[in-house]
Design a protein around this ligand. Structure first.
Ligand SMILES: [Zn+2]
Ligand SMILES: [Zn+2]
Length: 470
């Protein structure tokens, strides 16, 4: 028994390089490339999940950054904040059915935050069989706008509801809530949404939102110049998603509006130096840009004032806010260095999960057909047997792995990792074997699967210690 456990322990875990903390705050920030689209990243029950659906700013059509829209999931509920151009397309890319969006919060009524609302309303109903009303929160004018949408699409609605398809009538109705001042606008199943006034110049009122769930929180700035009210409401938040404008880019717009108009647009927004100062004062665990150009210049100008963790704007970026904050990029990795980061991230999660005794989570990073091949012992074949083995084994004590990747070779969706490990097992009271240490080398075959997640397919470790009892 001792020998089998010792041997199996040596294959426990592919390379687990330590996670480099960013910014020196508690709970490091793991960066993962090409981790999956949203549906496969189920947040733990005490976590908040944020998906930047669209991060583009202003009316111009932009194929890299769609219009402003942010999805937040908590406590089994979904909340959409703004619905700019392309929001329903990004939802589809994220694997989120449009019909499942029944609550929308608008920061203000600039069209770049609203353009996809008609599609959300109609596609969720006619294309998704939504049978409940769409609830919309927003500033004064929201109710009129939503009522006018009913008029604009009256023909389609009448056809599909009354004449042809007889779709459920409730699904095409809208319940509008007009927000007038700082207030809690939603509170259900542990999730609180608070609206607060921000300062978008003459565009009044404009709101930011804060979502709180089980001690985790995220704040969305909406469109604003530096807002003291935002700083107040963002106090103690985990993640602050803030807008920013690049004044240089604005002054060189191809459509060349007058200098006065450009300067007034800049004055309705926040510059990188100002945003950096806001981040410095709020000190979130992670600062994120959205409604922002995706440019190095913005980040460099911000870092001149703010030294904490900072993430630039990327459509479909997923942020998991829990004890750790994980940032999952949608862009598939194309270079060995990017695959290495994805593997490092997977390994650091495995390391935490082994130490925390979470066999289900460990198994989730092994392919369904994965094999672990312990020396001198029968292989574990398939994710289910790996899960069952660790569910029985992890509770026996504390499993601490110190592992390192020596090299990694990647081609397309396959990567081969070679590394070394060291394991310290501290026996718990129910362990049939004493505490021990083990060390050795391994080769792990990784595969990027259909959902974008890199998983272990084949795991071949070799302990350099003689088997126990010899
Ligand atoms: Zn805007
Ligand atoms: Zn605006």
């Amino acid at each position: 028994m001792i020998r089998r456990l010792l041997v199996a322990a040596s294959i426990a875990c592919p390379a687990l390089p330590a996670l480099a903390p960013v910014g020196g705050r508690a709970g490091g920030i793991a960066q993962a490339q090409a981790v999956s689209p949203s549906p496969t990243v189920t947040p733990p029950s005490d976590s908040l999940k944020v998906v930047l659906l669209g991060t583009g700013a202003g009316p111009p059509v932009n194929l890299q950054q769609y219009g402003m829209s942010t999805l937040i999931e908590a406590g089994g509920q979904r909340f959409l904040f703004d619905c700019g151009r392309g929001a329903t397309l990004r939802l589809a890319q994220a694997g989120v059915p449009v019909r499942s969006i029944t609550r929308v919060f608008l920061t203000h009524l600039h069209s770049d935050h609203l353009l996809q609302l008609p599609d959300l309303l109609l596609a969720g109903w006619a294309g998704g069989q939504r049978a409940v009303p769409l609830e919309v929160w927003g500033p004064a004018g929201t109710r009129d706008m939503m009522d006018h949408l009913q008029q604009a699409f009256a023909f389609d609605i009448r056809m599909r509801r009354d004449v042809d398809e007889h779709l459920p009538a409730a699904g095409i109705t809208v319940v509008s809530h007009e927000v007038t001042t700082d207030s809690v606008v939603f509170a259900e199943r542990g999730v609180t949404v608070t609206a607060f006034l921000v300062d978008h110049g003459p565009v009044q009122p404009a709101f930011g939102y804060r979502v709180d769930y089980r001690g985790r929180s995220v704040v969305l700035s909406g469109d604003t110049r530096v807002s003291e009210n935002l700083v107040r409401h963002a106090h103690g938040t985990d993640v602050l998603v803030h807008e920013v404008i690049d004044p240089e880019l604005a002054r060189n717009r191809p459509d060349r509006p007058s200098a006065a108009i450009i300067e007034s647009i800049i004055a309705h927004h926040t510059t990188p130096a100002q945003a950096g100062e806001v981040f410095r004062r709020v000190a979130p665990r992670l600062a994120v840009y959205s409604h922002a150009p995706n440019s190095e210049r913005i980040l460099a100008q911000t870092r001149a004032v703010y030294a904490g963790p900072l993430q630039g704007p990327e459509d479909l970026l997923t942020i998991l806010i829990g004890a750790h904050i994980e940032v999952l990029h949608h862009t598939p990795p194309t270079t060995t260095a990017e695959v290495r980061r994805a593997v490092d991230s997977a390994n650091s999660r495995l390391q935490r999960w082994y130490a925390a005794g979470q066999a289900d989570s460990v198994a989730s990073l092994f392919a369904v057909d994965a094999r672990q091949m312990p020396p001198n012992s029968a292989p574990l074949v398939g994710r289910d047997s790996i899960r069952a083995y660790w569910a029985a084994t992890l509770p026996l004590g504390q499993w601490r792995f110190e592992l390192g990747t020596d090299d990694l070779l990647a081609a397309d969706s396959i990567a081969v990792e070679r590394g070394h490990y060291r394991l310290t097992f501290t026996a718990g009271s129910k362990a049939p074997m004493p505490s021990f240490q083990d060390r050795g080398n391994y080769v792990v075959l990784w595969r990027r699967e259909g959902d974008g997640v890199w998983r272990v397919v084949w795991d071949a470790p070799v302990s350099v210690l003689p088997p126990a009892g010899r």
